[in-house]
Write a protein that binds this ligand. Structure first.
Ligand code: SF4
Length: 220
């Protein structure tokens, strides 16, 4: 039986998960390091198909080499590429970063937009990027961030029957109370880094073991 088929009372299940994780991790914010709002957007663009740890390794030198939004907008993507090479898909990412900076200046007066619709106009922005930036910068929660940890763990815990990020987000938005959306995503990311590790989940020491339908490696 799939994990989600084993959940008989979804509201109670999600409540127990949320309560455990909130005790475990308390107040959380994005693991990406940044000092200016637009830098967060660039870090999230770089985090596509890449770990936050890796992104945090490359951004200090990147932000030092391009210290202003204008410096990114004026750069050639080729100038950005060496700094983002190790995050993968570096050509596309460098192009997106330059395009993002240029559009932010020209169309949005250098201010990050406040709606999902406008966010999605920005080069390199998908729903995940937009959700992270809206939540972190503006405290606007319009959706649910599904990264690689969230995708894996939401399935294992039976919170979704899907493995595709767009469908997962849609299902979570339908079933999980809005007040949980922002922190739940971050909690799952932290839980994925600490305990429910991709290739070797530490089920024996996991506080969710009793209610997790995938405990002890029943589902990969
Ligand atoms: S019990 Fe295992 S599979 Fe379930 S959340 Fe914990 S570490 Fe992950």
């Amino acid at each position: 039986m799939e994990p989600w088929e084993q959940i008989s009372n979804y509201p109670s299940h999600i409540k127990k998960i949320y309560e455990f994780l909130s005790k475990e991790f308390g107040s959380v914010s994005t693991p990406l390091t940044y000092s200016k709002d637009y830098e967060l957007a660039i870090a999230v663009i770089l985090s596509a198909q890449c770990t936050d740890e890796r992104v945090n390794q490359v951004t200090p030198a990147l932000f030092e080499a391009f210290p202003t939004l204008q410096s990114f907008a004026s750069a050639k993507p080729k100038d950005i590429e060496p700094y983002v090479f190790s995050t993968g898909f570096y050509r596309n990412k460098a192009k997106s970063i330059q395009g993002f900076a240029q559009m932010l200046i020209e169309k949005f007066n250098s201010n990050l937009p406040r709606t999902m619709e406008e966010m999605l106009e920005l080069p390199g922005f998908g729903r995940k990027t937009a959700n992270v930036v809206l939540g972190e910068v503006h405290d606007i929660i319009e959706g649910f961030v599904v990264d690689t940890h969230v995708k894996r763990i939401a399935y294992k815990l039976g919170l979704t029957k899907y493995k595709d990020p767009i469908r997962i987000e849609r299902e979570i938005l339908e079933k999980v109370p809005k007040k949980y959306w922002n922190h739940l995503s971050l909690y799952l990311i932290f839980h994925g880094r600490k305990t429910c590790i991709a290739r070797r989940p530490l089920c024996d020491g996991c506080g969710l073991r009793k209610i997790c339908p995938s405990a002890a490696g029943k589902v990969e």
